[in-house]
Design a protein around this ligand. Structure first.
Ligand code: PXG
Length: 479
């Protein structure tokens, strides 16, 4: 097949869904290795071809309109079709499409963005974030964190502090360090991971890990205590840092009890270890704040970001470096032998600046905090009455529910049934993108969503839960 026949001339781009789905799928299977994909399975089904998007909707090559309740992959915070972001990229490409930040050079958008991010990062407990290190993704940013944390302790004459503690079911990316920091068993099983000096504690998932009768508050404190136990097991003088997502995203929207983060802060302070807040999903309004550590009131030393900083329009990530680490690196460190070709990419930084400006102008962060977030919380809580739903919680504009076999006992379905995937199938059929993580169904909608669109999404969710319930009843899995 000649691939050139598939390249639509510009005039046709807006009607790209009229392209030949089967032909695209055949070339896709022949040449394109996708992330986290069973390619033999994909080849037999054929990939869904997404061709265009606007506001909170995407369209596929068959012309189906789908409400994207996952914001692409937790990133299209400002919604699709924002001309300002395309204009910013175009203007910057025509002015300076690339220059590096090595060898004593800099560029204006990178400087402006670093300055802007420093002004947006809230000061907590007298600590501020005046410095930023740029990368192109969350994974690269967490690799940067590992290198920075090790360098920090070396410079302070404590090179034995190497161990970074993370959590089971965390997601911190897919590079060697990112996958090792993450707590995904399936990732560790492929390729001898984690790399040395990374260890994990249990996640603060109340539904799964609480004791019978235990209150959320007690569970939160007990779950944080697993960090202290691990520090003592490893040896306090060997622990370099603790890394965690404010709310676990890819793990299934695991929202910690309110008592969790204050106790984590007490523990990292007591043992003097660095705290890394991985906010690749949670920053830039996702939880109703520019940075999520503000919501939970803790004081990280390093903050990982990516995704929402550009609303996903162009790859950009980085690390907000707090004063404690920055001072040591800058004053004692000499040259830090680390960096990427695209660190501070002028086009990515220009798009990020336009995105942050747009978010400020439309008060997207404040809306999620005070208006649409609370409205989503109210509507999502109604799902608890559904016969399949064992629990339903939101935090800002992320939400998760768990599908259970028995609401009284919270008994789960046999994992082999793949109930979450059945539900996800109904979502696609009904024009809704919702993710399944095991039997947890999760959403992270674009922050531009209105009340009416939240209602539209909720109606679709209920329809898909009902269809899943019908399937399970027909299969004899439920009374
Ligand atoms: N940290 C966190 C908290 C993330 O959510 C990364 C790091 C890695 O970012 P990059 O840009 O390298 O992908 C992420 C990414 C999912 C899913 O299945 C989530 C992510 C990526 C891919 C899939 O929910 N998050």
């Amino acid at each position: 097949m000649n691939p050139s026949t598939l390249i639509a001339p510009p005039a046709l781009v807006r009607r790209a869904e009229q392209q030949d789905t089967k032909a695209i799928q055949a070339l896709d299977s022949a040449h394109y290795l996708h992330p986290f994909t069973d390619h033999a399975g994909l080849a037999s089904r054929g990939a869904r071809v997404i061709t265009r998007a606007d506001n909170i909707y995407v369209w596929d090559s068959e012309g189906a309109k789908i409400l994207d309740a996952m914001s692409g992959l937790w990133c299209v915070n400002a919604g699709y079709g924002r001309k300002e972001l395309a204009d910013a990229a175009y203007q910057q490409m025509m002015t300076l499409p690339f220059y590096n930040s090595f060898f004593n050079t800099t560029n204006v958008p990178a400087v402006q963005l670093a300055t802007k991010l420093a002004s947006l990062a809230p000061k907590v407990g007298g600590r501020s974030f005046e410095h930023v290190f740029f990368s192109s993704s969350g994974s690269e940013s967490n690799d940067t964190n590992v290198r920075m944390v090790r360098r920090y302790w070396d410079l302070l004459g404590q090179p034995q502090r190497k161990v970074i503690i993370s959590r089971n079911n965390a997601y911190h990316g897919s590079t060697m360090a990112g996958a090792s920091l993450g707590g995904m068993g399936g990732m560790h099983a492929q390729g001898d991971l984690p790399i040395p000096n990374i260890t994990h504690i249990e996640q603060p998932y109340f539904f799964e890990n609480a004791r019978p009768g235990e209150s959320e508050a007690d569970f939160g404190r007990r779950a944080a205590g697993w960090l202290e136990a691990k520090i003592l097991e490893v040896g306090a003088d060997k622990v370099a840092a603790f890394i965690a997502e404010p709310v676990q995203g890819a793990g299934g929207v695991i929202i910690p009890p309110e008592t969790y983060w204050p106790e984590i802060q007490r523990i990292v302070d007591q043992y003097g270890i660095l705290l890394i807040s991985d906010e690749v999903i949670c920053a830039f309004g996702r939880l109703g704040h520019w940075f999520a550590y503000e919501k939970f009131g803790y004081r990280p030393d390093l903050v990982t970001f990516a995704k929402g900083v550009t609303s996903g329009y162009i790859p950009l990530g980085g690390v907000m470096v707090g004063d404690r680490v920055a001072r040591v690196l800058i004053e004692k460190g000499g040259e830090f032998n680390h960096g990427y070709t695209y660190s501070g990419h002028p086009v990515a930084c220009a798009v990020a600046l336009a995105n942050l400006e747009l978010m400020e102008r439309e008060n997207l962060v404040g809306r999620v905090k005070d208006d649409t977030g609370p409205y989503l919380a109210r509507r999502f809580a109604e799902l608890k009455d559904h016969p399949l739903v064992g629990g339903a919680e939101t935090c800002g504009f992320v939400a998760g529910l768990v599908l259970v076999k028995n609401k009284a006992t919270n008994a789960m379905f046999d994992a082999d049934l793949g109930v979450g995937m059945i539900c996800r199938g109904h979502c696609f059929k009904n024009g809704l993108i919702m993710r399944a993580v095991g039997d947890r169904m999760i959403i992270a909608p674009p922050l531009v969503m209105t009340h009416a669109q939240i209602d539209e999404m909720m109606a679709l969710i209920v329809r898909c839960l009902d269809a899943t319930l019908d399937d399970l009843r027909s299969a004899g899995e439920l009374a």
